[in-house]
Design a protein around this ligand. Structure first.
Ligand code: TNX
Length: 555
């Protein structure tokens, strides 16, 4: 089904008509009972900006509270702005982890403001982070801003962290610069009350087709954190490279990781590297989801150990971009010793709940073998305490209890395939939605995009944003949907500049689909908020595709 570097023309783009309804949503017990003047985000009236007289007499407007991406569940703008000054302190009421969030905020604000911004646990302070029992959920927060200061309140440190991301976006874009900027540093007055629609808001990075260093992965993690993404799926193995050290099968990394697409030198993560990625991700409240793709996409492993092949002969390393030609030997016991060792070692260095076993494009594995293989492998994942995630072909086997299927089909995928996934969802399999012609960040935006692939069509910014995860898959109960993930495959990508160009500006849209209430969904207001992000990307050194669909305000 998948042919790379396809020249097939894209399917006709028929996005749903954007909803224009203005709704102030009450989500569970979480939201404000909105008073007069409250508005739903996405409705973005211009008068939300609060202004303040600054020295020199000129009035500077604070960022409208409604400009945030992902759109908060509820925003109520009004009242005077808070101004961060050289006297501002960051007070944290909470434990050690909350103080770490305070230190993170200080690290963001100090270079551009030039202020000291001490982080304290007592006394008066302009910025307060407070942990408090309350109906915030695991990741929600409330941000209150007024002349006296800004307070972020949450039940968990993750909520404080997400509130801090909102605060960043309420400050001028120049706050993201690494050198001292003039300010003034105003935060508009009002209240943001916020919590996510979905618990799983992911991004995948394919480190197999091209290897990315720990620093490159960290850079991407920082970009994901800006938009409240909380799952980092690492595609650690494929035909072209095995990227994680496994002590009991050392050649996987040292030989299987020694090249990449195009024949470059590849690379792999030592266990210490991987743990550093996990630690860094956790410091940004992202959980790492490691993937070992099986039984196909395994040429790098098959090349490393002849024994894993049915005929006992190791194939050469592979540096092309075809898929579906390799398969582990389902009938050999050594295959399951291998899988057990790999999953055991990987699970031991992964604090997260999930282990992704791939399962896509097993074109050279018979259906019978595929089912047999998945029946053997899923219990191994459970044995090491992890929950199985598999690409949605897993629903063609027997998904284990509690397993999650990641849907990567297209709008045009056949009804039978969609029905198979929907049926599994009805039977309790969870769903992560990654429709390829919506959120595959490696798809070209247009025929002129210099990077990326086009097998799923061209995916412009509106097409990427304009769909509803809750009702996307016909027949699948909305309650089965755990969230949204935007995969970035790297056949054509080998550095951070290229990653940024494909991820921006589509990544924030995928993040918003995962976080924001459906009622805030509106392309016409979203595109204005998206345009307002560009100066931030400029300040952060993130290059992006200047889609003609977005009303950019910068030159
Ligand atoms: C399909 S998505 C694949 C990958 C490719 C990708 C390129 C999936 C589960 N399999 O092997 O890298 O297309 O867009």
């Amino acid at each position: 089904m998948r042919r790379h570097h396809s020249t097939t023309p894209p399917p006709t783009c028929t996005p749903r008509t954007a909803r224009t309804t203005r709704v102030t949503r009450v989500l569970g017990s979480l939201l404000l009972v909105t008073a007069a003047g409250a508005f739903a985000v996405g409705a973005a009236p211009a008068e939300q900006a609060s202004a303040e007289q600054v020295s020199g007499g000129q009035a500077r407007a604070a960022q409208p509270l409604s400009q945030v991406i992902p759109a908060p569940a509820s925003v109520k703008a009004g009242g005077p702005a808070y101004r961060i000054t050289s006297g501002t302190r960051i007070r944290v009421d909470g434990g050690r982890e909350a103080r770490r969030v305070g230190a993170y905020l200080a690290d963001v604000l100090r270079p551009s403001t030039g202020y000291r911004l001490p982080v304290t646990t007592q006394g008066a302070a302009g910025i307060r982070l407070r942990l408090e029992k309350g109906p915030f959920g695991a990741e929600g927060y409330r941000l209150d801003s007024g002349a006296g200061g800004v307070t972020i309140t949450a039940r968990e440190p993750a909520g404080l962290f997400h509130g801090v991301q909102t605060l960043r976006q309420l400050l001028p874009a120049a706050v993201e610069k690494k050198s001292v900027q003039p300010g003034p540093w105003l935060v508009g007055g009002g209240t943001v009350q916020d919590s996510p629609r979905y618990a799983y808001r992911g991004a995948m990075l394919d480190v197999s087709r091209h290897f990315f260093t720990v620093d490159q992965v960290k850079r991407y993690i920082d970009e994901l954190a800006l938009y409240k993404i909380n799952e980092l799926h690492l595609h650690l193995s494929d035909d072209q490279g095995w990227r994680i050290a496994i002590d009991s099968w050392p050649r996987l990394a040292t030989y299987g990781g020694s090249t990449q697409v195009g024949g470059g030198q590849g690379g792999y993560y030592t266990k210490a590297d991987y743990k550093e990625i996990v630690r860094y991700a956790a410091s940004r409240y992202l959980e790492v989801v490691p993937e070992i793709d099986m039984p196909s996409h395994t040429n790098a492993a098959l090349a490393s150990y002849a024994d894993l092949n049915c005929d006992g002969v190791a194939p050469p390393l592979y540096t092309g971009t075809n898929v579906g030609f390799s398969s582990l030997c389902v009938g050999k016991e050594v295959t399951y010793d291998f899988v057990d060792d790999v999953i055991r070692e990987l699970a031991a260095m992964t604090p997260g709940r999930y282990l992704h076993i791939g399962g896509d494009e097993a074109h050279s594995t018979s259906r019978e073998d595929y089912v047999k293989f998945m029946d053997r492998v899923q219990p191994i994942v459970a044995k090491y305490g992890k929950t199985v995630i598999g690409w949605h072909q897993l629903t063609g086997a027997t998904p284990a209890k509690g397993a999650i299927a990641q849907y990567w089909g297209l709008d045009s995928t056949g009804a039978a395939e969609k029905a198979q996934v929907a049926q599994a969802a009805q039977n309790g399999t969870g769903l992560i939605l990654s429709p390829a012609d919506r959120v595959y960040l490696d798809m070209k935006y247009t025929k002129d995009t210099p990077l990326g692939l086009a097998w799923a069509g061209y995916v412009e910014v509106q097409r990427s944003y304009d769909w509803d995860p809750g009702s996307y898959l016909p027949g699948a109960p909305a309650s089965a949907v755990r969230g949204v993930e935007a995969p970035l495959w790297s056949e054509t990508l080998s550095n951070s500049t290229q990653i940024d160009y494909m991820a921006f500006p589509r990544l924030p849209g995928a993040a918003e689909l995962g976080w924001s209430p459906a009622a805030t969904h509106d392309w016409n207001t979203y595109k204005v908020r998206l345009a307002a992000q560009a100066p931030r990307w400029d300040a952060l050194g993130i290059g992006y595709y200047r889609s003609p669909q977005v009303p950019w305000t910068t030159d």
